[in-house]
Design a protein around this ligand. Structure first.
Ligand code: AMP
Length: 416
């Protein structure tokens, strides 16, 4: 038997009903915020992620699905969506037409990680990017969009954590102070963190290793080294979040690992999913356009992990939603009624009803049983005499009695 590739999975049945619900909520909220959908190819040139995500990151260093195509070009299955969106924005000169560009996506991503509950090699992100505004109100707009999505999905156990990395000048100044401090404590640090001192020092602050905790606790704080501009930006973000009634906590350790973040970074976490506790996150990435070859353009965005939202909702609700039931099941109680039953099914579907009809040429009894199993809201039965008279009999689930109805007025009867 051929099975799905490790770390990938099939989504179907009641789990898929939950997924559709989450995706529809997201789409609805995005529409209210006036974001438009954007789709990019699954394949990108490897160079895009090397430049746009950074060679020092785990994603580029060890998690990308990269291969040479038949033409000898290095291609990568996208491991994240921000770099592709920025690539597309530059390629199509989007900002020229619309100085503030609001985009959303629902995309499959690929990372060669060690699979476990809530962590897959193919997973789905729902995200948004707001391109062209440097102001703190745009940080809050995208946070509010993500927050509103989680609220309307019905997520309960979720905390918004925010932090600031300051502007580029503040962050660079901090980075060198931090590297100096970490070098002094190199011997105490875990192997991973020792390696990161040079490649990605901010990530050390994020370390889960117990060995690193003492060093991290006494590390110099970025918050204490922010310049005036960075402080004001972060204060404005907090003021707006408070005014909008969006609850948050400030977590000075939150850095989000990627080189391109400046100012606000944020993450939505839950305590219900064990170690895979991040539902989503994002931040401001003002340097990214220039890193990919565009002109300097401020931007901010987020992505939510659909797989984890689904896991969390399943847990919180104690199961998946029921599959939707059909409006109508049509029973052909005689062989001569089988084809007319199909014709009526097609007509009702054209007129907006969801309709099930037998395709196994079952007996009348078999069809009634299937009708019952389908939990359809109404059962329409066509007998041989009905065919002759242009009638049918209809029973609605919530009513015990059966009605003789003219086929030509069936829609009206069903709607009543
Ligand atoms: P990131 O792009 O790493 O910031 O991830 C944003 C969100 O995507 C995370 O908070 C997760 O909810 C989700 N996510 C990231 N990696 C995975 C994965 N391997 N499997 C499932 N969800 C993931």
């Amino acid at each position: 038997m051929i099975q799905a590739v490790r770390g990938t999975r099939d989504i179907y049945g009641r789990e898929m009903v939950l997924w559709s619900e989450i995706e529809q909520v997201f789409q609805r909220v995005c529409t209210r915020f006036c974001y438009t959908e954007f789709r990019t190819p699954i394949l990108e040139k490897t160079e895009l992620f090397k430049r746009g995500v950074g060679e020092a990151t785990d994603i580029v260093g060890k998690e990308m699905y990269t291969f040479e195509d038949r033409g000898g070009e290095s291609i990568t299955l996208r491991p994240e969506m921000t770099a592709p969106i920025v690539r597309a924005a530059i390629e199509h000169n989007l900002l020229h037409h619309s100085p503030t560009t609001r985009l959303w996506y629902n995309a499959s991503l690929f990372r060669y990680e060690r699979p476990q509950a809530g962590r897959y090699r193919q997973f789905q992100q729902l995200g948004a990017e707001l391109l062209g505004s440097a102001h703190p109100e745009s940080d809050v707009e995208v946070i509010a969009l993500a927050y509103q999505t989680l609220i309307e999905c019905g997520v309960r156990d979720c905390v918004l954590e925010i932090n600031t990395l300051g502007n580029t000048a503040s962050r660079l100044a901090y980075k060198s102070t931090l590297v100096e401090y970490l070098e002094k404590h190199r011997e105490t640090l875990s192997e991973d963190s020792q390696r990161r001192i040079l490649t990605n020092p901010l990530r050390v602050l994020d370390s889960k290793s117990t060995q690193d905790q003492m060093v991290i606790a006494d590390a110099p704080k970025l918050a204490e080294m922010l310049d005036q501009d960075s402080k004001e930006h972060f204060e404005a973000v907090q003021f707006l979040l408070n005014s909008a009634g969006i609850p948050f906590v400030v977590n000075n350790r939150l850095v989000r690992g990627l080189d391109y973040y400046t100012h606000t970074v944020f993450e939505f976490t839950t305590s219900s999913l064990g170690t895979q506790n991040a539902l989503g996150g994002g931040g401001r990435y003002d340097p990214l356009f220039a890193m990919i070859g565009g002109s300097a353009t401020p931007a901010v965005g987020f992505s939510l992990g659909a797989d984890r939202i689904a896991l969390l909702l399943e847990k919180e609700r104690g199961g998946f939603p029921e599959t939707p039931v059909p409006d109508v099941y049509i029973v052909a109680s005689h062989d001569n009624a089988r084809l007319p039953a199909q014709v009526i099914a097609l007509r009702l579907r054209t007129n907006g009803f969801s309709v099930l009809v037998d395709l196994q040429r079952r007996s009348a009894k078999g069809q009634s049983k299937e009708a019952q199993n389908s939990k359809s809201k109404a059962v329409v039965t066509l007998s041989e005499t009905d065919i002759a008279n242009g009638t049918c009999s209809v029973r609605k689930v919530d009513k015990p009695e059966e009605h003789a109805v003219q086929q030509s007025t069936l829609e009206n009867f069903l709607r009543a």
